[in-house]
Ligand binder design. Structure first.
Ligand SMILES: CC(C)(COP(=O)(O)OP(=O)(O)OC[C@H]1O[C@@H](n2cnc3c(N)ncnc32)[C@H](O)[C@@H]1OP(=O)(O)O)[C@@H](O)C(=O)NCCC(=O)NCCSC(=O)Cc1ccccc1
Length: 134
């Protein structure tokens, strides 16, 4: 990841409109432009999709600390929704691995709008998915 080659495991990136723009060990940046299909009946992006992109960010931040990419398993995800997310607007998502422990890795993630206002925050513990580590 740190050398600019990003994992393309499934088509979830395209489905939710995320583009991984940068990865250095312990930190990833994602550009997110959600489309209308992600909206709830109230017309704002469904909280489940906001949690999904935060989950992606915490996992990718943890994965970026390794020498090669290994998918993560999320053990818990705590999300605070601070402002509504709107379709067709572009958001900046940042994931940071705060504690790259040998057993448990702890990461945080943020979603900010184009004006730099905080929109959602998350923290999570993740572990490498051993099914992929062989
Ligand atoms: C609104 C509040 C909860 C509280 O706001 P505060 O912390 O007190 O902050 P502040 O007063 O500074 O206002 C900030 C902005 O909020 C606006 N605003 C204020 N009060 C209300 C209000 N009562 N209603 C609406 N908007 C309100 C206010 O005008 C301002 O906007 P502006 O600066 O003028 O443009 C905020 O934290 C929030 O929107 N969180 C995101 C929640 C979210 O998106 N959850 C996920 C999606 S839900 C889902 O998917 C579940 C589902 C499933 C299936 C079907 C359906 C649904």
């Amino acid at each position: 990841m740190a050398d600019g080659r990003f994992p393309e495991i499934s088509d979830v990136n395209r489905h939710i409109g995320q583009v991984l723009t940068r990865a250095v060990p312990g930190r990833v940046d994602i550009s997110w432009t959600p489309s209308e299909i992600l909206c709830n009946p109230g017309g704002t992006v469904h909280g489940g999709y906001i949690a999904m992109i935060l989950d992606n960010a915490v996992c990718l931040a943890a994965a970026s600390t390794g020498e090669r990419f290994v998918p993560m398993l999320t053990l818990n995800l705590n999300v605070d929704y601070l402002r509504a997310v709107r379709a067709d607007e572009t958001y900046t998502v940042a994931g940071t691995c705060v504690h790259p422990g040998r057993t448990r890795m702890y990461s945080t993630a943020t979603v900010d709008d184009a004006d730099g206002r905080p929109v959602a925050r998350a923290s999570a513990s993740v572990v490498p998915n051993k099914a992929f580590a062989r």
